[in-house]
Design a protein around this ligand. Sequence first.
Ligand SMILES: *Cc1c(COP(=O)(O)O)cnc(C)c1O
Length: 234
Amino acid sequence: MTMIGDKLQQVQARIVTACTACGRDPQSVHLLAVSKTFPAESVREAASAGQLAFGENYVQEGVAKIEALEDLRARLQWHCIGPLQSNKTRTVAEHFDWVHSIDRLKIAERLSEQRPAHLQPLQVCLQVNVDGGINKSGVDAKDALTLAQAVAEMPRLRLRGLMAIPEPAPDFEQQRELFLRAAAVFEELRAAGLGVDTLSLGMSADLEAAIAAGSTMVRIGTAIFGGRPPAAAR
Ligand SMILES: *Cc1c(COP(=O)(O)O)cnc(C)c1O
Protein backbone atom coordinates (compact mmCIF):
# COMPACT_ATOMS: atom_id res chain seq x y z
CA MET A 1 0.00 0.00 0.00
CA THR A 2 1.40 3.38 -0.96
CA MET A 3 1.37 6.33 1.40
CA ILE A 4 -1.40 8.10 -0.53
CA GLY A 5 -3.33 4.83 -0.70
CA ASP A 6 -3.06 4.55 3.10
CA LYS A 7 -4.26 8.10 3.63
CA LEU A 8 -7.21 7.54 1.31
CA GLN A 9 -8.22 4.53 3.38
CA GLN A 10 -7.95 6.58 6.57
CA VAL A 11 -10.17 9.31 5.12
CA GLN A 12 -12.70 6.74 3.90
CA ALA A 13 -12.75 5.31 7.44
CA ARG A 14 -13.42 8.80 8.86
CA ILE A 15 -16.31 9.19 6.44
CA VAL A 16 -17.80 5.85 7.50
CA THR A 17 -17.42 6.69 11.20
CA ALA A 18 -18.98 10.12 10.73
CA CYS A 19 -21.90 8.65 8.79
CA THR A 20 -22.47 5.96 11.40
CA ALA A 21 -22.47 8.58 14.16
CA CYS A 22 -25.36 10.43 12.57
CA GLY A 23 -27.23 7.50 11.04
CA ARG A 24 -26.34 8.16 7.41
CA ASP A 25 -25.43 5.71 4.65
CA PRO A 26 -21.68 6.07 3.94
CA GLN A 27 -22.46 5.61 0.23
CA SER A 28 -24.27 8.96 0.33
CA VAL A 29 -21.01 10.89 0.84
CA HIS A 30 -18.56 11.19 -2.07
CA LEU A 31 -14.88 11.90 -1.59
CA LEU A 32 -13.28 14.60 -3.73
CA ALA A 33 -9.47 14.49 -3.44
CA VAL A 34 -8.10 18.04 -3.59
CA SER A 35 -4.76 17.79 -5.38
CA LYS A 36 -3.88 21.50 -5.62
CA THR A 37 -0.12 22.16 -5.28
CA PHE A 38 0.65 18.43 -5.63
CA PRO A 39 2.15 17.00 -8.83
CA ALA A 40 0.38 14.93 -11.45
CA GLU A 41 2.24 11.87 -10.18
CA SER A 42 0.46 12.17 -6.81
CA VAL A 43 -2.86 12.16 -8.64
CA ARG A 44 -1.75 9.10 -10.58
CA GLU A 45 -0.86 7.35 -7.33
CA ALA A 46 -4.27 8.18 -5.84
CA ALA A 47 -5.96 6.99 -9.03
CA SER A 48 -4.19 3.65 -8.88
CA ALA A 49 -5.52 3.33 -5.32
CA GLY A 50 -9.03 3.76 -6.74
CA GLN A 51 -9.69 7.49 -6.21
CA LEU A 52 -11.16 8.96 -9.40
CA ALA A 53 -12.54 12.44 -8.50
CA PHE A 54 -10.05 15.29 -8.07
CA GLY A 55 -10.42 18.96 -7.18
CA GLU A 56 -8.20 21.82 -8.28
CA ASN A 57 -8.29 25.51 -7.24
CA TYR A 58 -6.04 27.14 -9.77
CA VAL A 59 -7.16 26.82 -13.38
CA GLN A 60 -3.76 26.72 -15.10
CA GLU A 61 -2.34 24.29 -12.59
CA GLY A 62 -5.38 22.05 -12.95
CA VAL A 63 -5.26 22.05 -16.75
CA ALA A 64 -1.55 21.19 -16.71
CA LYS A 65 -2.35 18.12 -14.59
CA ILE A 66 -5.35 17.13 -16.71
CA GLU A 67 -3.09 17.23 -19.78
CA ALA A 68 -0.24 15.38 -18.06
CA LEU A 69 -2.71 12.61 -17.17
CA GLU A 70 -4.39 12.45 -20.56
CA ASP A 71 -4.06 8.64 -20.57
CA LEU A 72 -6.42 8.53 -17.54
CA ARG A 73 -8.80 11.24 -18.79
CA ALA A 74 -11.77 8.97 -19.48
CA ARG A 75 -11.67 7.51 -15.96
CA LEU A 76 -11.02 10.68 -13.96
CA GLN A 77 -13.45 13.40 -12.97
CA TRP A 78 -11.97 16.88 -12.58
CA HIS A 79 -13.65 19.49 -10.36
CA CYS A 80 -12.78 23.19 -10.41
CA ILE A 81 -13.27 24.40 -6.83
CA GLY A 82 -11.44 27.75 -6.78
CA PRO A 83 -12.68 31.31 -7.36
CA LEU A 84 -13.41 31.94 -11.05
CA GLN A 85 -12.66 35.03 -13.07
CA SER A 86 -14.31 35.79 -16.40
CA ASN A 87 -11.09 35.41 -18.34
CA LYS A 88 -10.71 31.80 -17.15
CA THR A 89 -14.18 30.49 -17.92
CA ARG A 90 -13.35 29.21 -21.42
CA THR A 91 -10.44 27.12 -20.19
CA VAL A 92 -12.61 25.70 -17.41
CA ALA A 93 -15.51 24.95 -19.78
CA GLU A 94 -13.17 23.12 -22.15
CA HIS A 95 -11.30 20.97 -19.60
CA PHE A 96 -13.21 20.33 -16.37
CA ASP A 97 -16.20 18.09 -15.60
CA TRP A 98 -17.51 20.03 -12.60
CA VAL A 99 -17.38 23.57 -11.19
CA HIS A 100 -18.23 24.18 -7.50
CA SER A 101 -17.62 27.91 -7.32
CA ILE A 102 -20.25 29.70 -9.40
CA ASP A 103 -21.12 32.88 -7.52
CA ARG A 104 -22.71 35.11 -10.15
CA LEU A 105 -24.85 35.02 -13.26
CA LYS A 106 -22.20 36.27 -15.65
CA ILE A 107 -19.79 33.44 -14.84
CA ALA A 108 -22.55 30.87 -15.35
CA GLU A 109 -23.61 32.40 -18.67
CA ARG A 110 -20.06 32.33 -19.98
CA LEU A 111 -19.50 28.73 -18.88
CA SER A 112 -22.71 27.64 -20.60
CA GLU A 113 -21.86 29.50 -23.82
CA GLN A 114 -18.31 28.18 -23.84
CA ARG A 115 -18.97 24.54 -22.97
CA PRO A 116 -18.02 22.57 -26.11
CA ALA A 117 -20.90 20.73 -27.79
CA HIS A 118 -19.08 17.38 -27.86
CA LEU A 119 -18.80 17.26 -24.05
CA GLN A 120 -21.60 16.46 -21.65
CA PRO A 121 -23.05 19.50 -19.85
CA LEU A 122 -20.80 20.98 -17.17
CA GLN A 123 -21.95 19.82 -13.73
CA VAL A 124 -22.16 22.87 -11.47
CA CYS A 125 -22.68 23.95 -7.88
CA LEU A 126 -23.26 27.49 -6.66
CA GLN A 127 -20.92 28.68 -3.94
CA VAL A 128 -22.98 30.18 -1.13
CA ASN A 129 -21.62 32.57 1.47
CA VAL A 130 -23.02 31.42 4.81
CA ASP A 131 -21.14 33.62 7.24
CA GLY A 132 -21.72 36.98 5.64
CA GLY A 133 -18.04 37.82 5.29
CA ILE A 134 -18.06 40.66 2.77
CA ASN A 135 -14.69 39.70 1.32
CA LYS A 136 -15.62 36.09 0.82
CA SER A 137 -16.69 34.68 -2.48
CA GLY A 138 -20.08 33.11 -2.81
CA VAL A 139 -23.59 34.29 -3.50
CA ASP A 140 -25.47 35.61 -0.46
CA ALA A 141 -27.80 32.96 0.96
CA LYS A 142 -30.81 35.21 0.27
CA ASP A 143 -29.94 35.45 -3.43
CA ALA A 144 -29.03 31.79 -3.98
CA LEU A 145 -32.47 30.59 -5.13
CA THR A 146 -32.79 33.26 -7.82
CA LEU A 147 -29.33 32.46 -9.18
CA ALA A 148 -30.04 28.71 -8.99
CA GLN A 149 -33.25 29.10 -11.00
CA ALA A 150 -31.38 31.00 -13.71
CA VAL A 151 -28.52 28.48 -13.83
CA ALA A 152 -30.96 25.57 -14.03
CA GLU A 153 -32.24 26.98 -17.32
CA MET A 154 -28.83 27.21 -18.98
CA PRO A 155 -28.47 24.69 -21.80
CA ARG A 156 -24.88 23.57 -21.32
CA LEU A 157 -24.87 23.52 -17.51
CA ARG A 158 -26.44 21.00 -15.18
CA LEU A 159 -27.16 22.42 -11.73
CA ARG A 160 -26.16 19.84 -9.09
CA GLY A 161 -26.24 21.83 -5.85
CA LEU A 162 -24.27 24.05 -3.52
CA MET A 163 -20.79 24.45 -2.13
CA ALA A 164 -19.76 26.46 0.94
CA ILE A 165 -16.49 27.21 2.75
CA PRO A 166 -17.35 28.66 6.15
CA GLU A 167 -14.71 30.39 8.23
CA PRO A 168 -12.85 27.86 10.38
CA ALA A 169 -14.71 27.38 13.65
CA PRO A 170 -13.12 26.10 16.88
CA ASP A 171 -15.31 23.13 17.64
CA PHE A 172 -17.68 20.58 16.15
CA GLU A 173 -20.90 22.32 17.19
CA GLN A 174 -19.91 25.66 15.74
CA GLN A 175 -18.66 24.06 12.53
CA ARG A 176 -21.92 22.16 12.22
CA GLU A 177 -24.00 25.26 12.84
CA LEU A 178 -22.34 27.04 9.88
CA PHE A 179 -22.71 24.01 7.60
CA LEU A 180 -26.39 23.78 8.56
CA ARG A 181 -26.91 27.24 7.08
CA ALA A 182 -25.76 25.88 3.72
CA ALA A 183 -27.96 22.81 4.19
CA ALA A 184 -30.95 25.12 4.77
CA VAL A 185 -30.33 26.90 1.45
CA PHE A 186 -30.00 23.49 -0.22
CA GLU A 187 -33.41 22.50 1.18
CA GLU A 188 -34.82 25.77 -0.12
CA LEU A 189 -33.66 24.86 -3.63
CA ARG A 190 -35.19 21.41 -3.35
CA ALA A 191 -38.45 22.79 -2.02
CA ALA A 192 -38.57 25.07 -5.07
CA GLY A 193 -38.44 21.98 -7.29
CA LEU A 194 -34.81 22.16 -8.43
CA GLY A 195 -33.51 18.61 -8.72
CA VAL A 196 -30.27 19.19 -6.83
CA ASP A 197 -28.37 16.28 -5.28
CA THR A 198 -24.98 17.66 -4.22
CA LEU A 199 -24.05 19.54 -1.06
CA SER A 200 -20.29 20.13 -1.24
CA LEU A 201 -19.22 20.78 2.37
CA GLY A 202 -16.28 19.83 4.55
CA MET A 203 -12.50 19.72 4.33
CA SER A 204 -9.77 17.82 6.21
CA ALA A 205 -10.36 19.60 9.53
CA ASP A 206 -14.15 19.53 9.62
CA LEU A 207 -15.51 16.70 7.49
CA GLU A 208 -17.30 15.10 10.47
CA ALA A 209 -19.31 18.27 11.19
CA ALA A 210 -20.08 18.66 7.47
CA ILE A 211 -21.40 15.11 7.26
CA ALA A 212 -23.51 15.66 10.38
CA ALA A 213 -25.02 18.68 8.60
CA GLY A 214 -25.85 16.73 5.43
CA SER A 215 -22.79 17.02 3.16
CA THR A 216 -22.85 14.69 0.14
CA MET A 217 -19.33 15.56 -1.03
CA VAL A 218 -16.32 16.31 1.14
CA ARG A 219 -13.31 18.05 -0.43
CA ILE A 220 -10.16 16.67 1.17
CA GLY A 221 -6.59 17.78 0.45
CA THR A 222 -4.23 17.74 3.45
CA ALA A 223 -5.49 14.47 4.94
CA ILE A 224 -4.72 12.67 1.65
CA PHE A 225 -1.70 14.41 0.12
CA GLY A 226 -0.09 16.04 3.18
CA GLY A 227 0.54 19.67 4.12
CA ARG A 228 0.89 22.49 1.61
CA PRO A 229 3.21 25.48 1.81
CA PRO A 230 1.37 28.70 2.79
CA ALA A 231 -0.19 30.42 -0.26
CA ALA A 232 2.29 33.32 -0.07
CA ALA A 233 5.23 30.95 -0.48
CA ARG A 234 3.98 29.35 -3.69
C1 LIG B 1 -7.74 23.52 -0.46
C2 LIG B 1 -9.21 23.34 -0.48
C3 LIG B 1 -9.81 22.20 0.07
C4 LIG B 1 -9.03 21.13 0.81
O1 LIG B 1 -8.61 21.62 2.05
P1 LIG B 1 -7.84 20.69 3.11
O2 LIG B 1 -7.97 21.45 4.38
O3 LIG B 1 -6.44 20.57 2.63
O4 LIG B 1 -8.53 19.39 3.15
C5 LIG B 1 -11.17 22.06 -0.06
N1 LIG B 1 -11.92 22.98 -0.68
C6 LIG B 1 -11.39 24.08 -1.22
C7 LIG B 1 -12.28 25.07 -1.92
C8 LIG B 1 -10.03 24.30 -1.13
O5 LIG B 1 -9.50 25.42 -1.65
